[in-house]
Design a protein around this ligand. Structure first.
Ligand SMILES: [Zn+2]
Ligand SMILES: [Zn+2]
Length: 119
């Protein structure tokens, strides 16, 4: 099973071999503003960037925040951390074009969930 993903303009494309390890939603303001609040964790061995690495821009946050964020320079789509050197890293679930076969199993920073957001 291969799960494909892409940014809005189609410049950045990737493929995930098999099911992602897990899916979850973070309700913190940073993830919400990035538009990447629901993510899937993938293993590096199952992730292949098939196109558009030249379009990926990465933002390094000021301390105390540690997670960098990547997006497509052409269309602004938030991608997660596709260039992470870690053995497992988050990818924006909203970029997936196929059903990943996993569902949301955890929520983080529930206390930051905005009042208008449905539970
Ligand atoms: Zn794009
Ligand atoms: Zn967050």
């Amino acid at each position: 099973m291969e799960i494909n993903g892409s940014c809005v303009c189609g410049s950045v494309r990737f493929a995930i071999a098999g099911r992602p390890k897990m899916m979850g939603t973070c309700h913190c303001s940073r993830c919400r503003k990035l538009g990447a609040s629901t993510i899937v964790f993938v293993g590096r061995e199952q992730f292949t960037l098939t196109a558009g690495d030249a379009y990926i821009e990465t933002v390094q946050p000021a301390p105390p925040f540690i997670y960098h964020r990547s997006f497509c320079r052409r269309c602004g789509t938030s991608l997660g951390e596709p260039l992470s050197p870690d053995p497992s890293f988050p990818i924006n679930a909203h970029c997936l074009d196929d059903d990943p076969g996993v569902r949301i199993t955890f929520h983080e920073h529930e206390e930051d969930r905005p009042a208008w957001e449905e539970t």
